[in-house]
Design a protein around this ligand. Structure first.
Ligand SMILES: Nc1nc2c(ncn2[C@@H]2O[C@H](COP(=O)(O)OP(=O)(O)OP(=O)(O)O)[C@@H](O)[C@H]2O)c(=O)[nH]1
Length: 441
């Protein structure tokens, strides 16, 4: 009885969280890196369930699984290339090559045969290549695609050629390496290396901007699972099918980000605002926010400093309370959508972010002392800190409104009023029935 009540309460809390946009907001602002880590972890859990699942799979499903990796990985490689995610595409091509080698040569391995040598070579080479693709700068890999294609295909091709036509040479080469190392490479050597590559790739993704052009983590985890479980019959098709699905989730997620997020400020864009407004009734409030004298700022300090200002304002606005969701409307204009019809709580939340922006000491370093990508170092300023301010217009929607355009127009008029009355302040709309225009600090 109490369990039922607890479950009911939990469901209600989840439904409320979803309705208030918390759940949706969290999912939308998840980064490519977080999703990749989640998919890689899920893959690990999935693999632990596999041996049991294997016994129940029918012959038809097993047949289908043998072909699915070709379709999923092949289509993912082409789509990633079309999306201009070249590193992603290259990693998928390499995984396809590994799958081809496993399907054609390594499904059944004779102990002590050259197949085993090929297995070790793939174990050591494929993760290293994925790691290199992740780490090497784009211009190394893709200037004219000269280096990328050989890097992707030549090592695999050479392996296969050696395996097919020069088994003795292959054996001698490996023995020389193994002799140098003082023993046979065991799966744990490859697994330890993969673990190291995973950690380094995760670190790089954490430190660099997350451009969503790498699939290194999921590919490395799939390879690790394959190498550790290669003797389980039918494991390769299954793990590569999962990899194909994971890659497609990453690609779809990337598509969503490109369509609905602004690349400069990394907040939602106007298209997302339009989509969210379309499904809404008349109970919401909408604020238009504009950076004051932004043109003057741009002209004085340069466009890249202007971009930093936009990022800083977007970041501060994103912390707005009262359930507000922030969008970049265009240029130096932002929109905040409040699900609440309670005007005073929205005004309090807006006043708080307006003051937080005005209180932020924006430091600008002299042009010649800036880094290569123009990043500004907090505290490293050569000029006195600048004050950035914003003006805000707030409008309340009503069921009688013709559509969201009408609310946006009213918020814009209130914003114009705020500019007229000295900037760095908030003004509200004047629609009949909602009181007269209000001045807010
Ligand atoms: N750095 C940068 N500037 C932008 C971007 N988009 C628009 N702008 C600039 O934003 C400026 C907008 O200036 P105005 O609309 O005249 O307004 P303002 O100077 O902010 O003046 P008020 O709004 O009256 O306070 C223009 O100089 C645009 O070039 C952008 O993405 N980055």
């Amino acid at each position: 009885m109490s369990a039922v009540r607890v479950n009911g309460g939990l469901l209600r809390a989840l439904a409320l969280a979803y309705a208030s946009g918390w759940d949706k907001g969290a999912r939308e602002t998840m980064s490519h890196r977080q999703l990749q880590i989640g998919l890689a972890l899920f893959m690990l859990v999935f693999a632990t369930l596999l041996p049991d699942w294997q016994t129940r799979v029918g012959i038809g499903v097993a047949w289908l699984l043998a072909y699915l990796p070709w379709i999923l990985l092949g289509a993912a490689a082409i789509t990633a290339y079309i999306y201009d995610l070249k590193k992603f595409s290259l990693m998928v091509v390499l995984c396809l090559a590994v799958y081809a080698i496993f399907r054609n040569h390594l499904m059944v391995m004779e102990p002590g045969s050259t197949d085993q040598l090929l297995f070790w070579e793939v174990c050591l080479l494929a993760p290293l290549l994925i790691y290199l693709y992740d780490q090497l700068p784009d211009h190394w890999l893709f200037d004219g695609y000269f280096l990328a294609i050989p890097l992707a295909l030549a090592p695999c091709g050479l392996l296969l050629l050696a395996h097919q036509y020069f088994p003795e040479l292959e054996r001698q080469a490996l023995e020389a390496v193994v002799g140098g190392l003082g023993g046979d490479p065991a799966p744990w050597v490859a697994l330890l290396l993969i673990l190291l590559y995973c950690a380094l790739c995760a670190l790089t993704q954490y430190r660099n901007q997350d451009k969503g052009d790498s699939a290194a983590l999921v590919c490395l985890v799939a390879l690790a699972l394959l190498f550790a479980n290669h003797e389980i019959h039918g494991f390769a098709p299954l793990v590569f099918t999962y990899l194909g699905l994971a890659l497609w989730i990453l690609l779809l997620f990337h598509g969503f980000q490109v369509v609905y997020f602004d690349p400069l400020t990394e907040i939602r864009n106007r298209r997302r605002l339009d989509a969210m407004l379309r499904g809404r009734g008349g109970r919401y409030q909408l604020a238009m926010v504009d950076v004051d004298h932004f043109k003057r700022f741009n002209d004085t300090f340069g466009h890249d400093v202007g971009d930093e200002v936009l990022r800083m304002v977007a970041q501060r606005l994103s912390r707005v309370g009262a359930g507000g969701v922030v969008f970049r409307y265009g240029g130096e204009e932002f929109t905040i959508l409040f699900p609440s019809a309670d005007r005073s709580s929205c005004l309090a939340a807006l006043a708080e972010v307006r003051m937080a922006i005005a209180a932020y000491p924006f430091r600008i370093r002299a042009r010649e002392s800036r880094g290569r990508i123009g990043r500004l170092t907090p505290g490293g300023s050569d000029l006195p800190p600048q004050t950035i301010t914003v003006s805000i217009g707030l409008a309340q929607a009503a069921p009688s409104d013709g559509g969201p355009e009408e609310v946006i127009r009213r918020a814009d008029t209130a914003l114009y009023q705020a500019k007229e009355e000295g900037r760095n302040c908030i003004r509200t709309d004047t629609k009949a029935g909602r009181g007269i225009r209000r001045k807010v600090a």
